[in-house]
Ligand binder design. Structure first.
Ligand SMILES: [Ca+2]
Ligand SMILES: [Ca+2]
Length: 199
């Protein structure tokens, strides 16, 4: 999955840098051990891309990242978006195996030079494995607090520095920014979405 979005700013069409950065997707359990790191170099013309597949009991699970408009339509490569416009970023993992994927941990760093997180916009849903884009969007979304714990849920976002604003998203029990443990049962697809404003 690769998404590249053009940004219109002050009448010019520019290529954005990556929306955010996946730093780790980890299956730490014995027998399911696998990890992947996807790094986007950033800069003009860079792309928003999926991480490498991870392997769980010999079956690959992929993290898919999408940009969508507020209506839920997936923005294809080269879509034009305007400065000030809000869009969704969507991340999902489809566990199409017969084994539960346990203790999923995911960290994303928002590129604050390109995007501004919309506070309190984190949501998650679970749908059946193999759901298409429309079915994923039609899932039942549960709001996740920006906060780490209190009340605890599966996701949080903090300000790791740089420009003022929240930029470090974690999902699951990530060390240093620990949320509720996240498992994905067999044949289920877990999706997280949040909104950003184009700078
Ligand atoms: Ca939270
Ligand atoms: Ca920040």
């Amino acid at each position: 999955m690769r998404v590249m979005v053009n940004k219109i700013k002050r009448g010019l069409t520019l290529l954005t840098g990556a929306a955010f950065l996946i730093t780790a997707l980890v299956y730490p359990h014995a027998g399911q051990a696998a990890s992947t790191i996807a790094v986007d170099a950033g800069g003009g013309g860079s792309t928003l891309m999926s991480s490498n597949p991870v392997t769980i009991t010999s079956n690959p699970l992929s993290l898919v990242k999408q940009a969508r408009n507020l209506g839920g339509t997936v923005l294809p490569n080269g879509s034009s978006i305007a400065s000030g416009q809000q869009i969704y970023f969507v991340l999902y993992i489809d566990n199409n195996t017969i084994t539960s994927a346990e203790n999923i941990q995911l960290t994303d760093l928002l590129d604050e030079s390109q995007w501004t997180y919309v506070p309190n916009s984190l949501e998650t849903a679970v749908v059946s494995s193999g759901s298409n884009d429309a079915a994923i969007w039609a899932g039942t979304w549960a709001v996740q607090t920006d906060a780490v714990g209190g009340p605890d849920d599966f996701a949080s976002i903090t300000d790791s520095g740089g420009p003022a604003g929240l930029d470090r998203l974690t999902i699951g029990a990530v060390s240093g920014q620990v949320n509720q443990n996240l498992d994905i049962p067999s044949n289920q697809l877990r999706v997280i979405r949040f909104r950003v404003t184009v700078n």
